[in-house]
Design a protein around this ligand. Structure first.
Ligand SMILES: Nc1ncnc2c1ncn2[C@@H]1O[C@H](COP(=O)(O)OP(=O)(O)OP(=O)(O)O)[C@@H](O)[C@H]1O
Ligand SMILES: [Mg+2]
Length: 114
C-alpha cells in the first residue's frame, strides 16, 4: 500500500478531483494548508495571497491506495495540477504499513478503498 500526499494550487483542486474520479479514485482527504517552496513565497504573489512568514495558501491532497493504483494517482495529480508555472506543487509518496476501517475492523487492502 502507498500513501500519496500532494501539495497543489487551490485553483487546481477541482481538476485534480475530476482526474482522480476518472481513474476510479474516490476516497481522498483535502486540507487547506500554508506552505512555501523554492521561491520562499516571494515570486508567486500573482497566484496567491501571501501570509505571515512568506507562506502561501495551498491545498493538501492525501490518498491511500493499493500499489496498483499508484501510476493512476500520480498521473491524475500531474494532469490535474500542472500548468508549468512556478508553484504548481509537489507530490510525496510513502510506503503505507497499515489501514484499518474502524467500523468493520477490516485491515489492509480490504479497508483501503471502495
Ligand atoms: N521540500 C519540501 N518540503 C515540504 N514541503 C514542500 C517542499 N517542497 C515543496 N513543498 C510544499 O509544496 C508547495 C509547492 O511547492 P512548489 O511547487 O513551489 O515547489 P518548488 O520546488 O518551489 O517548485 P517551483 O520551482 O515549480 O515553484 C510549497 O508551498 C510547500 O507547501
Ligand atoms: Mg515554488
Amino acid at each position: 500500500m502507498k500513501f500519496v500526499v500532494a501539495i497543489i494550487q487551490p485553483d487546481r483542486l477541482h481538476d485534480v478531483l475530476d482526474e482522480l474520479e476518472n481513474r476510479d479514485i474516490h476516497l481522498v482527504t483535502v486540507t487547506q494548508v500554508l506552505g512555501r517552496g523554492r521561491q520562499k513565497g516571494v515570486s508567486q504573489v500573482y497566484r496567491s495571497h501571501v501570509e505571515t512568514g512568506n507562506l502561501l495558501r495551498k491545498i493538501k491532497i492525501e490518498v491511500a491506495i493499493t500499489d496498483d493504483f499508484l501510476p493512476n494517482v500520480l498521473e491524475a495529480l500531474k494532469v490535474g495540477a500542472q500548468t508549468s508555472n512556478i508553484g504548481d506543487g509537489k507530490i510525496f509518496v510513502f510506503e503505507l504499513d497499515q489501514c484499518i476501517r474502524i467500523r468493520t475492523g477490516e485491515e489492509g487492502p480490504m479497508a483501503i478503498g471502495s
